[in-house]
Every structure is written in C-alpha cells, then in structure tokens.
Ligand binder design. Structure first.
Ligand SMILES: [Zn+2]
Length: 259
C-alpha cells in the first residue's frame, strides 16, 4: 500500500519539534513520498533543506499568491536558481486568490505568469492554488496553454466540473485534499468520479485542511490516507488501488523516481 502526499507545508514551525515522529506516522500509513511546498523565498529554501535531509521529502519552490507583496525581484531570481536543484520537483505554490482581497489581482497574475514560464522552461510541474478565482486562473492557463500543453496540478481542488474538465484538457492533474471528506462536499465527490484516473492525485495541504475524522486538529501527511479512503469509496475501488493509482500518477508528474 503506497501513497504520496503531493502538497504539504512541512517547513511550518509547528512541525519542528516532532518532525521525526510525523515522518514515522506517515510511513506507517503507507506514505512513501511527500512534496513540501514553498510559499516565499524563505520557506522555499526550508523546503529544499528538508528535501536534501530526508529521502522521502521532495520540494517545490515559489511564492504563494497571498504573499507576492512580500517578495522582491531578487527573491524571484533566487527562487529560479533554487528551482534547478535536483531535489526540487515542482514550481509553486502559485496561482490566484480572490478570497482574502489583500493583494492586487494584477500583481498576482504577474507572479503566476513567472511561475508558469519557469515551469515550462525547466519541465517541472506547476502547483496551482485557486481560491474564488476560477475565471482569472483559467484565463492565465489558457494563455500559457497556447504555447503548448501544461504540466502541473490544480492543488486542493474545490472548483466546478467545467473548470476541472478544462484544466484536464490543458494537461493538468487534479489533486484532492481533506475537503473531499467533508460532509458538505457531496458535489466535489461527484466531480471526482468524472476525472480521468491518470490525472488523480491526493494531498493534505498540512498543516491545514484536516480530513473529517481529525477535523479541527493540525493536519499532517499521515492523514492523506483518509482522503484516499474517501476517494476509493467514491470511485468504487479499494484503498490499495487508489493508493497505487495516485502514487503512479504523482511519480510520473513530479518525476520522483520511486521504485
Ligand atoms: Zn499550500
């Protein structure tokens, strides 16, 4: 039984005191790889450090749309350099966020485009955050897709079926987080059935978005199994089958070189 947590924020300070235990608990649940995601230059550097130190951890580097006002052009140059390192398997987290309304959309778009261009240049997949911004995200993706198929993932997907279909059509994968397990997410579970099996991924987004059984507690990579269980129920498959399917997909997308 294998699982990959394709999106976690392991650099978070709240993990520092018990990182060894967290990795052990993840391994006990079958988690063979974790992609830890940067949100600024500082956390991207931390992500790479963790990936260098731990065989099962891989890094993605980028600036989260909510933090682009805190990042400089020099930071971007440093991130572009970091992105070339061997342990870096993805670009992001990037995307657009109109939920918090704290960062001008034009500036978010500009940073999103930088990430999409770097992803294409390096052939490393882009990790896309989309919160209450489906139309502008699709606009940017269509623009980028005009230059060739996209490689990446819509992380913690909670959008519409139309959006999911269009993203899949442009070459992207769809990743489900603990949101899939919530009682109110019946429409999302229905949507999951419509996604081609070779584009399905699972993630925790830990320390956020704990699945239903542990909702309200801090999330961690071991809990990706709960989301995989829900996905298995939805698809009418065994947990082991969904684990294997999503692990093969993650291994291919992020080029993790899993055996
Ligand atoms: Zn994230």
């Amino acid at each position: 039984m294998r699982l990959v947590d394709t999106h976690a924020h392991l650099d978070e300070e709240s993990f520092d005191a018990e990182r060894t235990e967290i990795l052990q608990r993840a391994a006990q649940q079958g988690v063979v790889a974790i992609v830890t995601i940067g949100t600024l230059l500082s956390t991207s550097q931390r992500a790479v450090e963790l990936a260098v130190r731990h065989r099962e951890i891989f890094a993605a580097v980028g600036v989260h749309p909510n933090y682009v006002t805190q990042a400089s052009d020099a930071d971007w140059i440093a991130i572009s350099r970091l992105a070339r390192e061997q342990r870096v398997v993805g670009i992001g987290e990037t995307g657009l966020d109109l939920y918090w309304k704290t960062v001008p959309l034009d500036l978010q778009r500009e940073w999103f485009r930088r990430h999409l261009a770097l992803s294409r240049e390096l052939g490393k997949p882009v990790c896309i955050h989309c919160r209450e911004a489906e139309e502008p995200v699709l606009e940017e993706l269509r623009r980028a897709a005009a230059e060739g198929p996209l490689r990446g993932v819509m992380h913690s997907f909670a959008g519409s079926l139309e959006t999911a279909r269009e993203c899949v059509g442009m070459g992207l994968s769809i990743s489900f987080s603990g949101i899939l397990t919530y009682k109110k997410s019946a429409a999302l579970r229905e949507l999951a059935r419509q996604i081609p099996h070779d584009r399905l991924l699972v993630e925790t987004d830990s320390p956020y978005l704990s699945p239903q059984p542990v909702r309200g507690k801090r999330n961690e990579p071991a809990h990706v199994r709960m989301t995989a269980e829900t996905l298995a129920e939805v698809l009418g498959l065994d947990l082991e089958q969904v684990g294997e399917l999503t692990t093969i997909n993650a291994n291919r997308l992020f080029a993790l070189s899993l055996a």
